[in-house]
Design a protein around this ligand. Structure first.
Ligand SMILES: [Zn+2]
Length: 673
């Protein structure tokens, strides 16, 4: 019996074997196809209910099974799962394209769409109809049969290429290790990082210490290791992922992906991939994105140049460094920060035991939104490290199931993300509550210490938890519009706004207590955290803008003339460049956000959302950061609404006005407060 072919509520991980996925997905595709055929061939005239709603309702089990599968492929993968993914991905993209190129079905949706003004639909229904119609038209429903065929082939190729790109990055990350046998080579490293390196070595059966390209291993080494040559070796390895002219090289994959995306956009009548993507964004056009990025660049660059030259002087005076290189940046910035604030990660970490930080974020959710998180152990997990909670409101009504998976493993991709196993929706009068998960790669506990987070990891947890709240507090009718199913440049508002609470005394006092003594984090530290938060904000902003600009360079114009990935990338970095170029390195070949994930022509949205979050948080600050009035508005107009309305309209309902970039520039210290 295949557990994936039977109804389940929470994902039945303990019963699932790898060999269940392919047959289940094949079977469920068949089933969904027949559901769709019934809608497309309905003899009754098309109505909103028998067409748009019926379509929204189809393929439910398929959605759930594929979300389990792809979440595993990100968080707990292995060779088998990766192989299955290579088979499953083209099946799904073919199925999806069949659906979107189904002519009789499209004719019915179109018929409803053309009558939409006379149908008396509520805003959510209008949105669903609009989204559905566009999903067809933007996927070629109006194309000739021959062009449709071309489109199908492009999509199948793209799906495969994206997977290969990601697998190459993961393989490159796992392949490299810096083995250290002489303890002197670890000079400067905090004890925690040394212990972790020793533990990694012993897990690998190696004598000494091992540094890897996983963030919790890589970052402390770049920040603290005194041996410049070793920092250089590690940094070059990190920056060279997918750039070795071997079988894991991603240069050709990058070029093929951008060219296919461009062909696809042209076929559909758009000037570029970015034009196509931005049609469904708050930012609307590449031109608007470019000017948004350039405006911030103009504001941030003077500060960045000032900070950079100060850093150069500092490194020169301290160690006689003539030319500051990429592998010096984090190291000297940390030293300068220490000198200025006398506050390093290692001093703060004892106050941020993972257990306490989790309780802290739960308390914040309770004070703002009346949520309770009760640990449970009666549901399946895919790995023993995964923690589970039942989330309820103050009437003890179920709100969500919450999964949290915190530490790195070889089968987990890097970074942190939120995902879901079941979407919220109202079905047959029942408000189905969602199953939401966050996956992170936080510092592991060691034999002598619990998991102690860096402050950056603390804000990452708040960030992902903000996404999770967007999922958990969803309260919409249709799952396709629920939770984080919003425009990409709006989706980071709920996550980024929550990070603001980490800098507030009122919040830190709730959870930042020393893991050994129980002492609350000292006031002076809190003040310094706030002050140091904008340390090198100019440089950081430039870095983010450089990623956004690289993304727009790849996707905003015709890429057919590009033959040399590295040379093209250098051009795109021209306005934002601070450090000398490293010839062995290439950003694009491991830029998973835009080549594996969904951020193509969308990287700018991090900064876009910062404008929103700074402006929205300023509103909270006016009334007090735990103001129930503002929290209720945020819940009512933003968190619960998903994509049921235009995001700018929702924002204005919450805030009373459109977002103003000034709050961000002030918070960042780029203009006077
Ligand atoms: Zn995010």
């Amino acid at each position: 019996m295949n557990p994936l072919l039977h109804p389940f509520d929470t994902a039945p991980f303990s019963k699932i074997k790898n060999e269940h996925f392919l047959p289940a997905i094949e079977e469920l595709i068949k089933k969904t196809k027949s559901e769709i055929e019934t809608i497309a061939t309905n003899p009754m005239p098309p109505t909103f209910e028998n067409t748009v709603e019926a379509l929204e309702d189809s393929g439910r089990q398929l959605d759930r099974v594929t979300s389990i599968f792809f979440n595993l492929n990100s968080a707990e993968t292995n060779d088998d799962i990766q192989k299955i993914a290579q088979e499953v991905s083209p099946l799904l993209s073919n199925f999806n394209n069949d659906l979107l190129l189904n002519k009789p079905l499209f004719e019915r949706v179109k018929a409803v769409y053309e009558e939409k003004d006379s149908l008396e639909l509520d805003p959510e229904q209008q949105m669903l109809l609009d989204k559905q119609y566009k999903s067809f038209s933007r996927n070629g429903a109006n194309l000739s049969e021959k062009d449709k065929e071309t489109l199908r082939k492009i999509d199948a190729d793209l799906a495969k290429l994206k997977l290969t790109f990601g697998e190459n990055v993961l393989a490159e990350t796992n392949k490299f290790q810096l083995v250290i046998t002489n303890e002197e080579d670890l000079s400067g490293l905090p004890d925690g990082a040394k212990e972790a390196a020793a533990q990694t070595a012993s897990e690998k059966g190696i004598d000494g210490w091992v540094i890897t390209l996983d963030y919790p291993s890589y970052i402390p080494f770049m920040m603290y290791a005194d041996k410049r040559e070793l920092r250089k070796e590690l940094a070059i390895a990190f920056g060279a992922k997918g750039f070795h002219n071997d079988k894991l090289d991603n240069q050709l994959n990058v070029l093929t992906i951008v060219n296919l995306r461009h062909q696809r956009a042209q076929l559909l009548g758009y000037k570029s991939h970015a034009h196509f993507v931005l049609e469904e964004r708050m930012a609307e056009t590449p031109k608007k994105v470019q000017s948004f990025l350039l405006e911030l660049l103009e504001k941030a660059k003077p500060a960045a140049l000032r900070e950079f030259s100060e850093l150069e002087t500092f490194a020169k005076e301290r160690d006689g460094i003539d030319k500051l290189q990429k592998w010096d940046g984090a190291y000297y910035a940390e030293k300068l920060k220490q000198e200025r604030f006398n506050l390093d990660d290692e001093k703060l970490k004892p106050y941020f035991e993972l257990k306490n930080v989790i309780n802290g974020v739960f308390t914040v959710a309770e004070r703002l939104y009346d949520l309770q998180f009760n640990p449970i152990d009666d549901i399946d997990v895919y790995h023993p490290d995964v923690k589970t909670y039942r989330v309820t409101d103050n009437n003890n009504e179920p709100v969500a199931i919450f999964y949290a998976d915190f530490h790195p493993r070889p089968g987990k991709r890097g970074g942190a993300w939120m995902t879901s196993y079941k979407s919220q929706e109202i079905r047959d009068g029942v408000n189905e509550r969602p199953h939401v998960s966050i996956v992170c790669n936080f510092t592991k506990p060691t034999s002598s210490k619990p998991s102690l987070l860096t402050f950056n990891e603390v804000t990452t947890l708040f960030h992902e938890f903000g996404h999770a709240l967007h999922g958990m507090l969803a309260n919409t009718r249709y799952k396709g519009l629920s939770g984080t199913s919003v425009y990409w440049d709006f989706v980071e508002l709920p996550s980024q706004i929550l990070e603001n609470w980490c800098y507030e005394k009122e919040t830190l006092e709730l959870f930042a207590t020393h893991y050994e003594t129980g002492e609350v984090i000292p006031m002076t530290y809190i003040e310094k955290i706030k002050e140091s938060a904008t340390f090198h904000e100019g440089i950081q902003t430039l870095r983010q803008l450089s990623f956004g600009m690289l993304d727009m360079a790849w996707h905003g114009s015709d890429p057919t003339h590009v033959k040399d990935v590295k040379a093209f990338e250098k051009g795109a970095f021209a306005l934002t460049k601070l450090y000398p170029d490293v010839p062995e390195n290439c950003m694009s070949t491991s830029f998973s956000h835009i080549f594996q994930g969904g951020y193509s022509a969308g990287y700018y949205s991090y900064k876009w959302a910062e404008v929103l979050d700074a402006d929205a948080f300023a509103y909270f600050q006016q009334e007090g950061i735990f103001s129930k009035t503002i929290a209720n508005k945020f819940k009512k107009f933003i968190l619960s609404q998903g994509g049921t309305q235009d995001p700018m309209e929702l924002y204005v309902k919450f805030r009373g006005q459109e977002p103003d970039p000034e709050a961000l520039l002030k918070r960042a210290g780029l203009i006077e407060r």
